[in-house]
Design a protein around this ligand. Structure first.
Ligand code: SOE
Length: 394
């Protein structure tokens, strides 16, 4: 009889809710040698956490993450809290020998990310697995793009064009949240969604960003205060007291890659009409791939080696059983959604624990995203001066 992997989820917000769904769904659709089970939900407020646990179907709740980590019957600590708490929780969990899945970005600064990566490397010697939740890697269409690039179908990569466009902060009356507070979030749009584009770009191309020239912009300096536990979007009362926004609303930067490619990145939460358009296009000497999360089951692929009268972008419906992750789900053509990325992430994490498959991105790899975030901020603070990414291979 195999034993279950018992999970403590720390955090009750959007990601805590999403991860609880993923832990439940993963063993029902994928063959896992040890089924994970979320047994404990931890939040900052005991009553609200108990209510969330009941809603998410998690048997126990607690308002004390330290005692959760001290428990012998917890195998995995799943960190779904704001960035300023990641390092403290992850370091304690790794020291206690727990496997750690940590939401992105890994930390709020490079120093914390480095400490986490060092602790994860030491814990790995004892068989402890850690992974950072850059969930978009688990989109079947992006995993197919990665395979095409790794198979050499694009040849030498020359351009990466990434945009991550959301619009939930378009109205100046959209309420304040922790994501707008530098203390808790580290940065704004840059770390929240720009980090996804950076991770996807470095992962797809297999090449590190070595330097950037960046601009950050904050369009709305204060926002009405609202209960933190209200979801993203919507407007607050006009007479609510206002909180100072201490992070960026938007970022734009150009980037150099170690293999010589040129990158152009844009991320904003104020692109009216774009709810969650996470887009990336990669152009190589032999072809191109283009992806837009708004059409997440599709990948555009142009093969420049076809006869010229057959060339052009083709729309691949990435729902065939042969496509990454897709075979576990529905018949071809029936499509997946945002929540499936987290189920796939859970499956990959569990298999890293049980089968010794590498957990990617591990904390060291996620630290390389953190260094790009730091370089973007440094460049923006010096009038877009070209800024090298610390430690990146030239
Ligand atoms: C909010 O902007 C957010 O929930 C991000 O935090 C997630 O990482 C992204 O996947 C969707 O948008």
């Amino acid at each position: 009889m195999t034993t279950r992997l018992r999970v403590a989820i720390i955090g009750t917000g959007f990601m805590g809710r999403m991860h609880s769904h993923a832990w439940r769904t993963a063993p029902r659709f994928f063959d896992l040698s040890r089924a994970p089970e979320a047994v404990l939900l931890v939040g900052s407020d005991a009553d609200r956490t108990a209510a969330a646990a009941a809603e998410f179907g998690i048997p126990e709740s607690s308002a004390d993450w330290r005692s959760a980590i001290a428990r012998d019957d917890i195998d995995i600590v799943d960190i779904c809290t704001p960035g300023h708490t990641h390092a403290e929780i992850a370091l304690a969990a790794l020291a206690a020998g727990k496997h750690v899945l940590c939401e992105k970005p890994l930390a709020n600064d490079v120093a914390d990310a480095d400490r986490m990566a060092d602790a994860a490397a030491a814990a790995a010697e004892q068989g402890v697995v850690s992974m950072c939740g850059f969930s978009y890697r688990r989109t079947p269409a992006l995993a197919l793009a990665k395979k095409l690039i790794d198979d050499g179908r694009l040849g030498q990569i020359r351009h990466v064009r990434a945009q991550y466009l959301q619009d939930w902060l378009t109205s100046p009356e959209a309420p304040f949240t922790w994501r707008l507070d530098r203390e808790r979030a580290g940065s704004g749009t840059l770390g929240d969604i720009g980090a996804h584009s950076i991770d996807t770009a470095q992962w797809l191309t297999g090449s590190a960003i070595t330097g950037v020239s960046a601009t950050l912009r904050t369009f709305v300096e204060s926002r009405p205060r609202l209960n933190e536990h209200v979801g993203l979007g919507g407007n607050a009362d006009a007479d609510a007291p206002r909180e100072q926004v201490t992070v960026d609303d938007a970022v734009a930067f150009t980037a150099s890659f170690a293999d010589g490619a040129l990158g152009v990145f844009e991320a904003t939460r104020m692109a009216a009409g774009h709810r969650n358009a996470n887009r990336i296009e990669v152009n190589g000497e032999l072809g191109s791939v283009a992806f837009d999360f708004s059409f997440m089951n599709e990948l555009q692929f142009h093969d420049a080696r076809l006869p010229s009268d057959e060339q052009g972008f083709r729309r691949i419906d990435v729902t065939e059983p042969e496509h990454p992750y897709a075979g576990a789900w529905w018949p071809a053509g029936h499509g997946l959604g945002y929540e499936h990325l987290f189920t796939h992430q859970t499956v990959d994490f569990v298999r890293a624990i049980t089968d010794g498959v590498a957990a990617r991105p591990d904390f060291a790899e996620a630290t390389r995203v953190q260094r790009v975030l730091a370089a973007v901020e440094a460049s923006a603070a010096s009038d877009s001066r070209y800024t090298a990414v610390e430690g990146a291979r030239r």
